[in-house]
Design a protein around this ligand. Structure first.
Ligand SMILES: CC(C)(COP(=O)(O)OP(=O)(O)OC[C@H]1O[C@@H](n2cnc3c(N)ncnc32)[C@H](O)[C@@H]1OP(=O)(O)O)[C@@H](O)C(=O)NCCC(=O)NCCS
Length: 164
């Protein structure tokens, strides 16, 4: 079941994000696996504003998604699913929830940034209907997100912006 996150879910999300990032370590992408999860202070506004959803599988919080408004579009800031629950379509359902939220807010599109080459990143989002958004079409806030990611060292592996 997908539902809006409750305040009591928030302490679980850091560990969830760390666990979801572990497959990157297996690929040698240690900086990605070790990237700091969102803090409670960062998560609280998403939860308070109805922009944080969790997948609840029989009481286990198995995944979550954070949505933002970036340059007038909905934006998937973060999506994570526990490896033990991966490849059951939970990620897709979270993305579809963000898409419905964007529609309900009158936002014309959904964007995200991701790794080009990981099978559960850009190729996966392409199957969900996203296409690459060329740098020339980035708005100022999307550009700032990409610059921040580069500053964190994430651009050692090719990243891109996508839109649906
Ligand atoms: C991206 C993520 C949220 C997807 O969650 P999910 O619940 O597994 O998503 P779905 O079940 O809808 O689909 C997963 C698809 O990703 C691909 N995939 C996932 N793991 C894979 C792996 N180890 N090898 C190859 N493909 C993989 C497959 O195409 C899979 O679809 P399939 O099972 O039908 O073949 C999850 O993999 C995750 O948390 N990853 C780590 C964090 C991350 O990368 N976040 C996004 C950063 S932009």
């Amino acid at each position: 079941m997908i539902r809006l996150a409750r305040a009591s879910d928030l302490p679980l999300l850091g560990e969830l994000e760390r666990a979801a990032g572990e497959p990157f370590r297996d690929l040698g992408m240690v900086a990605v696996a070790d990237d700091e999860p969102f803090s409670m202070a960062q998560l609280r506004p998403y939860q308070a504003d109805g922009r944080c959803w969790v997948v609840d599988v029989s009481g286990v919080v198995a995944g979550y998604l954070l949505a933002d408004v970036v340059d007038g579009n909905g934006h998937v800031e973060q999506v994570s699913v526990l490896p033990a629950f991966a490849r059951r379509g939970l990620g897709r359902r979270l993305i579809e929830t963000a898409a419905s939220w964007a529609v309900s807010r009158g936002l014309p599109a959904l964007t995200l940034t991701t790794f080009r080459d990981m099978p559960w990143n850009a190729p996966y989002y392409a199957r969900l209907g996203f296409r690459e958004l060329a740098e020339s079409s980035w708005g100022p806030s999307l550009r700032a997100i990409r610059e921040h990611e580069a500053a964190l060292g994430l651009d050692r592996w090719p990243r891109l912006a996508m839109i649906r």
